[in-house]
Design a protein around this ligand. Sequence first.
Ligand code: SF4
Length: 458
Amino acid sequence: MDETTLKIIEGLFTTITNANFDNESLKTMIKNTEYDMNKIWQGNEDVRSLKSLILFGLKGMAAYAHHAWVLGYKDETVNNFFYEGLSALEKDLSTDELIALVLKTGEVNFKCMEMLDRANTETYGNPEPTKVTKNIEAKPFIVITGHDLHDLKMLLEQTKDKGINIYTHGEMLPALAYPELKKYEHLKGNFGTAWQNQQKEFDNIPAPILFTTNCIMPVKDSYKDRVFTTAAVHYPQCTYIKADNNGYKDFTPVINKALELGGYKEVQKMPGINGGESLTVGFGHHTVLSVADKVVEAVKSGALKHIFLVGGCDGAKPGRNYYTEFVKQTPKNTLVLTCACGKYRFNDLELGDINGIPRLLDLGQCNDAYSGIKIAVELAKVFNCGVNDLPLSIVLSWYEQKAVCVLLTLLYLGIQNIKLGPSLPAFVSPNVLNVLVDKFKIAPTTTPEADLKEILTK
Ligand code: SF4
């Protein structure tokens, strides 16, 4: 059972956006499976749309379940739902039945994110506020990207006496806030920005790059020999690091490449997209809730008027500077919580503080949306109201399947008035969109000015 469940999880994870570009490895994975994908797409466009939401939600959840699994955490409800959800996709179900299943996907994903939060914090400690440099020292180094903290831990152990520095990239950035990871002195800082800039940022760098999960972009010849992949990520002609039967990975080829390339000859400044040279991370629910009394006091005194959760995936599509502009224009008496790689649009901005609470609070990776939910639920308890009655608004950027499963969790929790952009998912049919608008009051983002005005005058 465990073996089959893991195969299902790996199968879903490997077909997530920007993870596996290698036909051979995909052929090997599907060799002994019999599943007619056409069955999923039978039916009218509303049925296809709802089934897409379930399938994409399952794929996102599989990524989270996999990260927890490698740390030894599993959950029966989560695992059983992979079977229930996938078998439902080939059935002839009514739209009402499918809508119920869409919400159940969100419900189970909530459990899955909670499990991953427990797996990460029990293994590596509670994230703590940490200032992260964006400068790269003159020394051999390795860039590690993706979401898998377990891979990072193994790499840190194997490089600790090798004269090599490690820099996070993309969604690996929050790792720098976990006590059991930041204790490694050669875990130095963060390289570059979000995934869609990697072709520019990785071009000709004197260091190898290790991809632990998505998002990998088509690898250019100028750095193909320096790209290493592992877990669900595969790319033709790039070296794949396989786990042994005990889950151990030998990163010697990556280490040797780092030593061979030697790193930069002098310190390289790699500012963020707004010119900032450092970032602050580590505001998970433990940290934020430890100052909950200050937040409550600030709300009561009027010093804090509104909280925004601006998060989700970044992407290459024009219009994503919406999120930079939105955050820049948030009034000084508001807080901005953020998670996932969409934050690179604004995480190097200096927004100041409110009574000692930084205005920009980085919750972590996309799965750390769980922290945002936990903070909102706890604040609602203090104020004795519902989450929808809090002075809190959610502005999401979506790109791939993990954003879908997080969105489904928010819908399951009954959270309304979410703004979604920069465009709505193309697989959502007009009728399904109407349900989302009527029932959950989801709205597409418009302009930062108009959306802020609308939110703050409600
Ligand atoms: S948050 Fe989404 S877009 Fe960003 S790296 Fe992770 S999976 Fe890719």
